[in-house]
Design a protein. Structure first.
Length: 300
């Protein structure tokens, strides 16, 4: 029988990195090898399977149609190879080894400082690598195997995942001090001036959660979407440019300290978003994610 030569995981890793980065130098940096090593590995892969996967020019990297298909399949193979290691870790000590978690920007700076010390104390063998990115890219990274779990806010359609709801996070209206009457204690959506409402730009799910909670079509039509972070939004409100929506975890973390911005809870039919941990279905590390969820709940 003729020998069958199979691609190595390292070669597949090089191929996927080149597909992700579209540049040999950046792909090599992501794989912690030199550009010549990565290029040689890919040429060996092409020689091995007898087809051209990547068209190389001085300016662009272009995958052939078959190269696109093989890169997609390679991503699946790498993810399943990683799950072999996950299975072994899951059989050993809980929450140990490496774990990659994506966290959306409207959660990361406010919840993680409370969570990470607890994880270091309770699970010192866990090496948690964090990615801060919006919900869309985070869910894509999850399904592509670049991250193991995602901490996000519901409702959000993240695809075929297992979802562990953690706790509700109430929405507040933030405004310059003195701009609104002293009473009542909460603000109804009808009281919000749609011409002064500032929201995060597209791609941040908090914008959609805030508009859904208010349920006013004119807010969606008139609100200004330009903020890139909640800290930026607070600075604009502090400068009298308008009002905005903030989640309770941001207020609890002191985002309004040293500002002249006040906040009141939103009095609406569903004035909350639900923080949740999600992961790929049938992941062998489900027990680890459940334990991580317990730590996240305790910090909420």
């Amino acid at each position: 029988m003729a020998a069958i030569y199979l691609p190595t995981l390292k070669q597949l890793q090089y191929l996927v990195a080149l597909k992700d980065h579209g540049h040999f130098g950046r792909a090599a940096e992501a794989c912690f090898v030199t550009q010549s090593t990565l290029s040689a590995g890919l040429r060996e892969l092409e020689t091995l399977i007898g087809v051209t996967l990547v068209e190389r020019t001085r300016r662009v990297v272009r995958f052939t149609p078959l190269g696109e298909q093989i890169a997609t399949k390679a991503r699946t193979v790498l993810r399943e190879a990683e799950e072999l290691g996950d299975m072994a870790r899951a059989a050993g000590r809980p929450l140990s080894g490496e774990m990659r978690m994506s966290v959306i920007p409207t959660i990361a700076p406010f919840l993680l400082p409370r969570v990470l010390p607890r994880l270091r104390h309770g699970y010192p063998d866990l090496k948690l690598f964090l990615r801060e990115e919006p919900s869309g890219p985070a869910c894509e990274a999850l399904h592509n195997g670049r991250t193991d779990c995602v901490l996000l806010a519901l409702p959000y359609a993240c695809g075929e995942v297992t979802t562990l709801p953690l706790f509700d996070d109430h929405l507040f209206l933030a405004f310059p001090e003195g701009e609104m009457p002293a009473t009542p204690a909460a603000v109804s959506p009808a009281e919000i001036d749609e011409t002064r409402l500032l929201l995060l730009e597209d791609g941040h799910c908090l914008k959609d959660h805030a508009l859904a909670a208010c349920n006013r079509a004119e807010l969606r039509a008139e609100a200004t979407m330009l903020g890139t972070s909640l800290h930026t939004m607070v600075q604009m409100v502090d400068n009298g440019l308008g009002v905005t929506m903030l989640p309770k975890i941001a207020l609890d973390a002191g985002i309004l300290e040293h500002t002249n911005v006040a906040a009141r809870p939103l009095d609406a039919a569903h004035p909350v978003r639900t923080l949740a941990l999600v992961w790929r279905r049938a992941s062998p590390r489900e027990r680890d994610f459940q334990l991580l969820g317990e730590v996240l709940k305790a910090a909420g």
